[in-house]
Design a protein around this ligand. Structure first.
Ligand SMILES: Cc1ncc(COP(=O)(O)O)c(C=O)c1O
Length: 132
C-alpha cells in the first residue's frame, strides 16, 4: 500500500469510529442522523446502510452529471420519516418537472463511469504529487 493509501485507510478507520460515536450520542438524545451524500453519491457510499436516518443529495452535481438540471432528493427507509417527508412534499410541492426528472435519470445512467474515472484521475494526481 502506498503512503497515500495508508493515510486514506487510517482516515477512513478514524471516521468510522467517530461516526459510530456521533450516531450513538445522537440516538441517546433522540436526534436524527442526516447525511449529505452529494459528493460521494450512492455509488460510493450508502449512508442508510451505515445507520443514517435520512440522506440528502443535490442531484445538481454528480447525480445529474451534466450541469443541466437543478434537483435534489431526500431519502429514508424509516416508514414514519417517509410519511413526514411525503407530507412536506405534498404540502410544499417541491416536485421535479418531467424534463428535469428525465435529465436526472439520464445522469444516473453514467454515474458509475464518471465516478470510476474521477477516482482514477484523483489517484493519478495523488501519486504524481507523492512522487514530487
Ligand atoms: C455538499 C452540498 N450539498 C448540497 C448542496 C446544494 O445543492 P443545490 O445547489 O443543488 O441546491 C451543495 C451546493 O453547493 C453542496 O455543495
Amino acid at each position: 500500500m502506498t503512503g497515500i493509501g495508508e493515510l486514506l485507510r487510517l482516515m477512513a478507520k478514524s471516521c468510522r469510529g467517530r461516526n459510530r460515536h456521533a450516531r450513538n450520542t445522537l440516538k441517546e438524545h433522540g436526534l436524527l442522523t442526516i447525511v449529505d451524500n452529494t459528493f460521494l453519491t450512492p455509488y460510493l457510499q450508502q449512508p442508510l446502510n451505515l445507520g443514517a436516518d435520512i440522506v440528502i443529495h443535490s442531484a445538481t452535481k454528480y447525480l445529474g452529471g451534466h450541469s443541466d438540471v437543478l434537483a435534489g432528493l431526500v431519502v429514508t427507509k424509516a416508514p414514519a420519516l417517509s410519511k413526514q417527508i411525503g407530507y412536506l412534499q405534498n404540502a410544499l410541492s417541491p416536485i421535479l418537472a418531467p424534463e428535469a426528472a428525465n435529465l436526472a435519470r439520464r445522469g444516473n445512467e453514467t454515474l458509475s463511469l464518471r465516478m470510476d474515472r474521477e477516482q482514477e484521475n484523483a489517484l493519478a494526481i495523488a501519486q504524481h504529487l507523492e512522487a514530487c
